[in-house]
Design a protein around this ligand. Structure first.
Ligand code: ATP
Ligand code: MG
Length: 404
């Protein structure tokens, strides 16, 4: 008996001409997510992707598949020789493993090969009777049974399945192009990055830090958060931007009320320059409407003024609690609430304007050498390839202990 996992992809099937590309990308991403099981075979088909376990551990593979965007649902399917007796025994064992006492069940047979000697009614009745005989505490129910055993009669095999797992939904990462996510160490931006990936965007993370005002731990925290996101789409490039000089310059030359607006405009200019250099199409961030002074609509207008690039704010309309719920689900929350200040908190003015104006921000920026500041920061970018959920700190530790 072999196990194969049948993967369904819902939304993709409506994509017409792009369908082939989508399926290929999804197959690639599944390959990547299950790369530790090299024996697995992945076979894209028209309406499904089949994954042959070849002995890989079913439970572990199922856990990996739950994180792959673009999968609607999937079912382990057991491939049996087309022999009635074998199938009968197998079905009884299968139901027995599902804690069947007090539950209802049905057998749902489909015959792709009509030349098979028995019809579906006969098979349903025979398999059903076998289950009832050996499991006395179970009852048949056709309408909404708790256990459904699907039997597909194929030319060579019986395909038997009982379980259907919910997939992560969304689109395969990479099919919507590339974007940069402005990733702080907070709760919101990792969630925004995750949601971007959910809609098929391959992300690179941009992080501003201002040593010595911000600590190495704050930088490490942003890297660790990025590492958490690799689970959903593979490697992520982490781009750290030296921001100290710019923040000091702004602090020295811009009045208190416009500190925040000008700082955000500089961050956005830099992010846009990085986006262009990295051939990405859009900018994502973790802004949520009304959360703080920089996140009013007026503020967005004044900050957005520096670029025409689409800025997508996946959590803009979510309540804090809704964002936290997602952060907990993707396991970034505990990291995010670690108390390391990032560059914005440290230079934060006590009373930022909630309704700043773009023309005033431009006026104050005339006192800065914006182009030279941007250029120097761009010259100082440090790019790290974050490859796995094991935090880079942990990876460093491991290398280190290997040397001791
Ligand atoms: P978060 O929880 O993501 O930090 P926040 O609610 O604290 O968000 P702000 O600190 O005002 O909001 O930041 C708004 C957005 O600006 C962040 O979600 C993030 O996308 C971006 N941002 C802020 N600080 C940084 C930083 N140091 N590096 C990169 N992006 C940042
Ligand atoms: Mg923040």
């Amino acid at each position: 008996m072999e196990t194969r996992i049948q993967i369904r992809f819902g939304e993709l099937s409506t994509k017409g001409r792009n369908k082939r590309r989508f399926i290929q990308k999804l197959a690639q991403n599944i390959r990547f997510a299950t790369k530790e099981f090299s024996q697995i075979k992945i076979k894209p088909d028209h309406d499904f992707i089949f994954l042959d376990l070849n002995g890989a551990d079913e439970k572990s593979v199922i856990e990996k598949l739950k994180d792959v965007f673009g999968i609607q649902s999937f079912s382990p399917v057991y491939v049996l020789p087309r022999d009635f007796e074998t199938a009968r025994k197998f079905i009884v064992d299968l139901v027995n493993d599902m804690e069947p006492a007090g539950k209802t069940f049905k057998i749902a047979t489909r015959r792709a090969d009509h030349s098979y000697e028995h019809d579906t009614n006969w098979l349903n009745a025979e398999f059903g009777a076998a289950v009832l005989e050996s499991i006395p505490e179970i009852a048949v129910q056709v309408k909404k049974p708790e256990i459904t055993v699907r039997v597909d009669v194929k030319k060579e095999h019986f395909l038997i399945s009982t379980k259907k797992y919910q997939g992560a939904g969304g689109l395969p990462v990479g099919t919507s192009g590339k974007g940069v996510i402005m990733l702080s160490g907070g709760i919101d931006s990792p969630v925004a990055g995750y949601l971007a990936m959910k809609r098929g965007v391959e992300i690179e993370a941009v992080h501003f830090h201002s040593p010595p005002y911000t600590s190495p731990q704050a930088l490490q925290k942003a890297k660790d958060l990025t590492a958490k996101l690799t689970r959903y789409g593979g490697n992520v490039q982490f781009i750290e931007v030296p921001f100290t000089e710019i923040q000091e310059e702004i602090k020295a030359k811009v009045p208190e009320g416009y500190l925040m607006t000008v700082t955000r405009r500089m961050m956005l200019r830099l992010t846009d320059a990085i986006r262009e250099q990295r051939n990405a199409l859009a900018i994502f961030n973790g802004e949520s409407l009304g959360q703080v002074a920089s996140q009013t609509l007026e503020s967005m207008i004044a900050i957005n003024d520096v670029t025409n690039t689409p800025i997508i704010r996946p959590v803009a309309t979510l309540d804090k609690q809704e964002i936290i719920d997602i952060a907990q689900k993707i396991d970034t929350f505990d990291l995010s609430i670690q108390p390391f200040e990032d560059c914005c908190t440290i230079f934060a003015p006590t009373a930022p304007k909630t309704k700043p104006r773009a023309d005033k921000a431009r006026y104050y920026e005339d006192k800065l050498d914006v182009d030279a500041l941007i250029q120097r920061a761009m010259d100082g970018l440090v790019i790290t390839n974050i490859t796995s959920e094991l935090s880079s700190q942990q990876q460093n530790k491991d290398t280190f202990s290997g040397l001791l």
